[in-house]
Design a protein around this ligand. Structure first.
Ligand code: SAH
Ligand code: SF4
Length: 389
């Protein structure tokens, strides 16, 4: 028996080709795609406007399968985290963050990560494997329709969309899993799937320079770059990839990307590490880096208070320091936000939970711990709140 084709793995063109193999016209692929990505159908019998013979054919050859949910936790404020099984003891996390006028889904692109940034617990776990297209888009598929089910909102284009923004800021380096990531992005943007605008989809990268250029050509979405340092010496020690693609190259790539980007700025993420990268001198050096006369890069800064974990040997900059740092950037005319995470404990901090997970027993423990922490520290524990200063 041949393996079933997971239709979540196929982009619009591949679905057309797949239907052609079955002797079906391209419009059938569009119908199928709408059933899957707009109505959340996981069952061919539900696709009532497809001929019965086609449905029967599909049942024997295809499947619609997202990664299995290991746990599903909703905080009182609506933040919802799913832990998903991607096989062989690997789990990835998907987080939905509701805000007043939007709902943001933070998705993962790899199990583990090979970049090994000094401050990141995902990196400390090492690299397990790339996620497939179905595992990446499956996070959005699962989350959108689970959220609707919970709220009693009908599937389909008429029902109110729950996820309005996607950020690739979960586990993994998306540009080191390029093809599946781009295919998933194309589905996010496709009008017969999720129809999100490019401005509402953000890819975050540690700075894989050639792939930034490739992304500009193949699927330019909003770009966030994890900078974390104001000079090469410092960045080499925090983001090892910097040795391969130093700041001058990274800045030039950012500049080139802006010619294709849906927004007219790059977002720089900057993790605030006490005594490491958080002095006034670092802030001034950053201003000089992005506003230099030769190659200025229009940008915004998003300062992320470090979520500590024991093996890192690093601590979070205090709030006063973060504000002073932000002020220097803002005085130079750079829009700066501070991302606030509630609760200091690593175990429940965004993006850190699944990174620690190696097996299901530990997952259970951690989910219990998360619930305990929320009781203890309040409903916002583990939630990310964007604060404009
Ligand atoms: N690999 C990509 C995307 C995933 S990481 C990247 O590095 O951009 C998403 C963001 O979380 C990055 O900006 C990353 O630097 C940040 N991050 C990782 N570990 C963190 C920690 N312990 N505390 C705060 N932010 C962290
Ligand atoms: Fe990988 Fe991003 Fe973590 Fe660095 S910060 S190790 S690139 S997931």
């Amino acid at each position: 028996m041949t393996a079933l084709t997971n239709l979540l793995d196929l982009d619009p063109e591949q679905l057309i080709a797949y239907c052609a193999e079955l002797g079906e016209k391209p419009f059938r692929a569009k119908q199928l795609q709408r059933w899957i990505h707009q109505f959340g159908a996981g069952d061919f019998d539900a696709m009532t406007d497809l001929a019965k013979s086609l449905r029967e054919k599909l049942k024997t050859r295809a499947t619609i399968a997202a990664p299995a949910v290991i746990s599903d936790h909703t905080s009182a404020d609506g933040t919802r985290k799913w832990l998903l099984d991607v096989g062989q003891g690997n789990a990835v996390e998907t987080v939905f963050i509701p805000e007043e006028n939007r709902g943001t889904l933070c998705i993962s692109t790899q199990a583990g990560c090979a970049v090994n940034c000094r401050f990141c617990s995902t990196g400390k776990q090492g690299f397990s494997r790339n996620l497939s297209v179905g595992e990446i888009i499956g996070q959005l598929w699962m989350a959108e329709f689970e959220l609707r089910k919970t709220k009693g909102i009908e599937p389909g284009p008429k029902g109110e969309r729950q996820i309005t923004n996607v950020v690739m800021m979960g586990m993994g380096e998306p540009l080191l899993n390029f093809e599946p990531t781009v295919t998933a992005l194309k589905l996010m943007l496709d009008d017969n799937a999720y129809g999100l605008s490019r401005r509402r989809v953000t890819l975050s990268t540690s700075g894989v320079v050639p792939m930034i250029d490739k992304l500009a050509q193949e699927c330019p979405v909003a770009l966030a770059v994890s900078l974390h340092a104001s000079n090469d010496g410092l960045r080499d020690g925090l983001v090892p990839l910097n040795k391969k693609y130093p700041l001058v190259e990274l800045m030039a790539a950012c500049k080139r990307y802006l010619d294709y980007a849906p927004r007219d700025f790059i977002t720089f993420e900057y993790c605030m590490l006490d005594g490491v990268n958080d002095t006034d001198a670092h802030a001034r050096e950053l201003v000089a880096l992005v506003q230099n006369a030769v190659n200025p890069v229009p940008c915004k800064f998003n300062l992320i208070p470090f979520n500590p974990f024991p093996e890192s040997g690093l601590t979070r900059s205090n709030n006063g320091r973060i504000k002073a740092f932000a002020q220097i950037l803002m005085d130079a005319g750079i829009v700066t936000t501070i991302r606030k995470t509630r609760g200091d404990d690593i175990d429940a901090a965004c993006g850190q939970l699944a990174g620690e997970v190696q097996d299901r027993t530990r997952v259970q423990e951690r989910m219990q711990k998360m619930a305990e922490y929320q009781k203890k520290f309040g409903k916002d524990f583990g939630r990310i709140v964007e604060v404009r200063t």
